[in-house]
Design a protein around this ligand. Sequence first.
Ligand SMILES: [Zn+2]
Ligand SMILES: [Zn+2]
Length: 256
Amino acid sequence: MTGLSRLNITCTSVDCDNPQTPTHCFKPKRGQPGPPGTCRECGADLIDWERVHERDLADVANTFSALENETFRRHMMHAEVPEKVRELALKRGAAELRARTERAVRSALSKRRSQNAYDGRQTPRETSSSARIQHFAQHATATCCRGCLEYLHNLPAEADITEEQLQYCVELAWEYVERRLGPFAGEDGECGRLRLRPGSAQSRLCGGDRVAGILSEAAGDFLGGKRFGEAVCLTGPEVDQIWIAGRATVCAQRRG
Ligand SMILES: [Zn+2]
Ligand SMILES: [Zn+2]
């Protein structure tokens, strides 16, 4: 990164002229509204916002690459996860980590901006000793505060947020957690980390029936290291959903 120290990156940093990877900031300037969605410094107009604002989890790969056009998001997408943070996350296990991620997102976003005096400061930065992987995730996915949520995900800071919108934010953050930590073993007796729907990357913990012996090619591909966004879910007359628990267990739930 030219001219920018990694530690000084803030949510309005830009690196528009970087010869390798130019990155920008799409946060509108106060009192100086340029065309919405363009870089506040150089005016670059790079993002298909309509597509991002569909908030479609099946299109999460596109949303992530759109976010990476921002200097700050890109920094957070790739920020080094300190060993202590990684270890703590893995120690928690999938269910607990997922619950903590959800809690962090809810507490950051449930209130309107004007109801939260700390909006913009409620999520610890990666350099803080209280930062956990879910906070890295929130900054990277712009689910850290109502301000970021507004301009990147088109969820107005002064409107009440709906449960569905909150769930979308949780899924984005969880997608980041999984990308950064990689597949890790769920706790004993816990079924599943991923729920694959056709073409979607939606993750859910499940308490479903374990049906041993149903192993899909798609699941095999994922376990082999492919992005799960590319995995195809098998839904058929027999199988409703498939989960992958840890590295080697594949679970499915029968329809009905
Ligand atoms: Zn720019
Ligand atoms: Zn923010």
